[in-house]
Design a protein around this ligand. Sequence first.
Ligand SMILES: C[S@@+](CC[C@H](N)C(=O)[O-])C[C@H]1O[C@@H](n2cnc3c(N)ncnc32)[C@H](O)[C@@H]1O
Length: 336
Amino acid sequence: MGLENIVANEVREAEAQRGKFRVVEVRGCCVVIEPKEAFTLAELYKLRCFDTASFVLGLVRNPESVVALEGLAKLVASPLTEKLMSVLTDGALRYRLSMLAEGNHDVAVEKVTTLAYQLNPKLLNDAREAPWSIDVLFNEISASVELRPKISPNPRLYYRTDVINAASHPPLAACLARLAGRMPHEIVWDPFCGSALELAEVALMGGVDQVIGTDIDPEALAIGQKNFAAAKIAGTKAAFYACDFRDVAKIPELDRGKVSLVISNPPLGRRIRVPNMHGLFADLFRLSSEVLRPGGRLVFVNPLRLESTDPTLRLETRFAVDLGGYECRVEVYRKR
Ligand SMILES: C[S@@+](CC[C@H](N)C(=O)[O-])C[C@H]1O[C@@H](n2cnc3c(N)ncnc32)[C@H](O)[C@@H]1O
């Protein structure tokens, strides 16, 4: 939550370049889009910033009532569900029904899927390997019924050969990359690169001459290096160093004033313990100012209410993001 505008802007920019979707509305943590013409799921998954994509089948009022279960079954079994499933996927039309609310809903799921089968026997409830999920999302007065393609492996993450415990959520990495925008001949440093999702997402946007990844954990760094190589981005050089991010002086690619973008999802102090969080972020500001060229940007997730006191860094953008119940801020600073 908090990244919706970046998701919407990606759709708008794609639309300007003959993309097939247009933004209808941004609300809550949801961006509503509609197709302008026939499309494939592969075209939808060219967009990199969204987390999950679903087709809204309809709404049911008073979802806990018996009548509502019939209403849910009608939506599950509807001609719209059948059409979307048959047009967008090959093979038998299989789905798994999930009630996304607290508590055990096994009985309701059983009732709805049995009723739905009576209404439309072409649609099969298959809890194990269905390529579609039908999600029922509740609020106080109604439930939204949504058909979600379960695409695995995720085509957008073709480069992810391995993961680390503290890996970035991939849509967050893609959103940070888009937020950074573009400068000519980008030289990009991720001081806490881990499995290198941010570096890969930035380089996939094109125009990047060089990426530099540092991470104190050699195993995480090795995975980052492997992932970046698997992204196969032509024309982008890559250098990875297993070291503390403060060791910039030892890294030739981080010559003062050369870097155009420092981008990172740093340790947030939850999954990785950091003895002195304030010190770490103060050093991040100081070193970013040292390595960045004029006009260069620092784009990162800030878990602290700590601002740069360095007069050469100007805060340009700040907004809150909810990282699974942990509120942080995404910030963009620009080197004067
Ligand atoms: C949130 S993770 C980064 C995730 C990464 N963006 C990814 O896609 O996997 C933070 C990383 O910072 C690294 N780290 C922590 N302290 C560090 C330091 N002082 N210098 C360099 N890296 C550090 C950790 O090893 C961890 O891999």
